[in-house]
Design a protein around this ligand. Structure first.
Ligand code: PRP
Ligand code: MN
Ligand code: MG
Length: 180
């Protein structure tokens, strides 16, 4: 699996440092609150697991599964709800956690969904932001680990056809892998 990677962009050590920095900031900003942390399946699993361990707060966690890439390399733009959360978000301070904001379609959909359901606040923490790929204007994260180049990335939650999520780092796939 490691042999399919051309370049490592964000090493395990860099990701750990980003989680520590973001966790510290979130601990400060949510002091006295009990956020509902929502992990966006499946890509946000590794990041959420590492981030919440850096947050010294009482919290609830929940999971939502929406998908727009359907396993390919390009966003379809059409969001499908695969699995909803269990918790009631009314009056809650929702913290959405995801691996990457790319076109912005997923984030726009989720922000609107939780605002409509009556959350007290909806903030977003992303490991990566790819501003050059944005299709939805004005969509951004409140907390960002890295601003990333407009490349197809895999690892640490990011997949290509369901694979590579378990890489401990984020890298660029060798082009021959997705060119067939
Ligand atoms: C990926 C990624 C983000 C979203 C970002 O998820 O994990 O959730 O796309 O892209 P966007 O800004 O263009 O909407 P995907 O839909 O591939 O599902 P997955 O997390 O299960 O891989
Ligand atoms: Mn995702
Ligand atoms: Mg995906």
């Amino acid at each position: 699996m490691n042999d399919d990677i051309q370049t490592i962009l964000y090493s395990e050590a860099k990701i750990r440092a980003a989680c520590q920095r973001l966790g510290k900031q979130l601990t400060h900003d949510y002091q006295g609150k009990k956020p509902l942390v929502i992990c966006v399946l499946k890509g946000a699993v590794p990041f959420t697991a590492d981030l919440i361990k850096q947050m010294d707060l009482y919290m609830d966690i929940d999971f939502i599964d929406v998908s727009s890439y359907h396993g390919g390399t390009e966003s379809s733009g059409e969001i499908q709800m695969v699995k909803d959360i269990d918790e009631d978000v009314t009056g809650r301070d929702v913290l959405l956690v995801d691996d990457i904001v790319d076109t912005g379609n997923t984030l726009a959909y989720l922000k609107k969904l939780f605002a409509k359901r009556g959350a007290a606040s909806v903030q977003v923490c992303m490991l990566m932001d790819k501003p050059e790929a944005r299709q939805i204007e004005g969509i951004s994260a409140d907390y960002v680990g890295f601003n990333v180049p407009n490349e197809f990335l895999v690892g640490y939650g990011l997949d290509y056809q369901g694979k590579y999520r378990n890489l401990p780092y984020v890298g660029i796939l060798k082009p021959e892998i997705y060119q067939g």
